[in-house]
Design a binder for this molecule. Structure first.
Ligand code: NDP
Length: 446
């Protein structure tokens, strides 16, 4: 590896103790920059790599609120504004008990390159809280969101930083957050958040965008090999926003998704997932996948193990980070899996990625490329807000399709250019890096 890259890795390791996921995400990107630094040593100059690996701003704040029993609760809120070279910081908010600074920094770092890949003029950021929405009443979620926004509102704006949803933050939470922002500022500033309701500034296709884009990406990988997803068996993890719309798009393309999961267990449905039933249970009743299995004779529920033991042609991880380890990857490959398109952020461990890439006939798309459709359509939502326009579903989905095709083709072209043909990891990292690095060099040392 180029000595400058090694030095940056060593220094970031020392400067960020106790942040394993951040260092994992950072190492994956830095390690793939060797070919571009060899060819363009200027990217190793001007402190560019040191600046790129240090967030521009990190905000950590107390979020006090009162639960339905009248007890005071205290959570911690985060917003990491990582890089604004290409545009306003953009990235979701995650509400999950596992959230800490490490998790938000890993997600914010990934977001920089993902957003660059979309070509939509957006920088990278991420935020969230260790608040756990499971089992909370609507009232409790609202009070938490209001308290969270009472600090966050000072740092965001449609030209500065534009949050959206992520794990635990969907349409309900974005509504409460937007309401409090409007109340505090006195401004109906549509472009300050994305993932809004359709009646008050939201965009058609935003809800579907991440899962749809992920499956479109898998389809482009198949087309590149002269194949298609039609008739293929897919395993999907998760049962939230990304998973549900990955299942929907896969079904539209004639594939057969047979699994889903949540943190209590997973479902195998030999007849293929009944999407109406899954949506009813997860989106309307806020239930569990065990309820799905109980209502569907062809489905089995498992409390142990995971969906990756089910033979498939296409794996669509759509739950959370590091959910596919080396053993899972070996099982997938042994069972004949040919395509892996990540909907979640960093769902495969580095060892699992090595297994996929070493297998020879597995096309592997990292999350920052395959799940970029979500933030891509968020940028389209900002565009509609700025122009006070509303686009149709078909028009917006076509834009998403073209964006995903552009990302796919850019990754392949860059991988080829830098001597790593068909390697989507190199392709995504180098394409994203080059765009951000060029802007940072143009802006001087800031
Ligand atoms: P949701 O909260 O809608 O759904 C998350 C799903 O994953 C749930 O089924 C949840 O189960 C499960 N899950 C979460 N954490 C764990 C865990 N630690 N162990 C097992 N299961 C878990 O989130 P999204 O669908 O929005 O996000 C899923 C992934 O996609 C995340 O990695 C996110 O960062 C990524 N992503 C999301 C985008 C978006 O537009 N929403 C855009 C790009 C990436 P349970 O309900 O039991 O917690």
């Amino acid at each position: 590896m180029h000595p400058k890259l090694e030095k940056v890795l060593q220094e970031t390791d020392q400067r960020n103790p106790g942040e394993p996921e951040f260092l994992q995400a950072l190492t994956e990107v830095i390690e793939s920059l060797d070919p571009i630094i060899e060819r363009h040593p200027e990217y190793a100059d001007y402190g560019l790599l040191e600046r790129l690996t240090e967030p521009e701003r990190q905000i950590i704040f107390r979020v006090p609120w009162v639960n339905d029993k009248g007890e005071v609760q205290v959570n911690r809120g985060y917003r990491v504004e990582f890089n604004s070279a290409l545009g306003p910081y953009k990235g979701g908010l995650r509400f999950h008990k596992s959230v800490n600074r490490n998790i938000i920094k890993f997600l914010g770092f990934e977001q920089i390159f993902k957003n660059a890949l979309t070509n939509q003029g957006i920088g990278g950021g991420k935020g969230g809280s260790d608040f756990d929405p499971h089992g909370k009443s609507d009232n409790e979620v609202m009070l938490f969101c209001q308290s969270f926004m009472t600090e966050l509102y000072r740092h965001i704006g449609h030209m500065t930083d534009v949050p959206a949803g992520d794990i635990g933050v969907g349409g309900r939470e974005i509504g409460y957050l937007f309401g409090q922002y409007k109340r505090l500022t006195g401004v109906h500033e549509s472009g300050v958040l994305t993932g809004k309701g359709l009646g008050w500034g939201g965009s058609l296709v935003r809800t579907e965008a991440t899962g749809y884009g992920q499956v479109m990406f898998a389809q482009f990988m198949a087309e590149d090999r002269g194949e298609s997803l039609e008739g293929r068996t897919c395993t999907v993890s998760g049962s939230g926003n990304v998973a549900i719309y990955a299942i929907e798009k896969a079904q539209q393309m004639g594939a057969k998704p047979v699994t889903c999961s949540d943190s209590n267990g997973w479902v195998y449905d030999k007849d293929g997932i009944d999407l109406d039933l899954l949506k009813e249970i997860k989106e309307v009743k806020r239930g569990r996948v065990a309820d799905y299995a109980a209502a569907r004779p062809s489905a089995e529920f498992h409390e142990t193990g995971n969906v990756w033991s089910v033979p498939c042609d296409v794996a669509l991880p759509s739950a959370t980070q590091n959910e596919i380890n080396e053993e899972d990857a070996k099982t997938l490959v042994k069972n004949g899996c040919k395509y892996v398109a990540e909907g979640a952020n960093m769902p495969s461990t580095p060892q699992a990625i090595d297994v996929f890439q070493g297998a020879g006939d597995v096309s592997y798309a990292p999350g920052k490329a395959a799940n970029a459709g979500g933030v891509g359509v968020s940028a389209l939502e900002m565009e509609q807000n700025a122009s006070r326009d509303k686009w149709t579903f078909e028009y917006t989905e076509k834009k998403l399709h073209d964006m995903m095709k552009g990302i796919h083709d850019d990754c392949l072209a860059t991988a080829e250019e830098y001597g790593k043909p068909k390697d989507y990891v190199y392709g995504a990292n180098i394409t994203g890096f080059r765009r951000v690095a060029d802007a940072m060099l143009a802006h001087g040392v800031v």
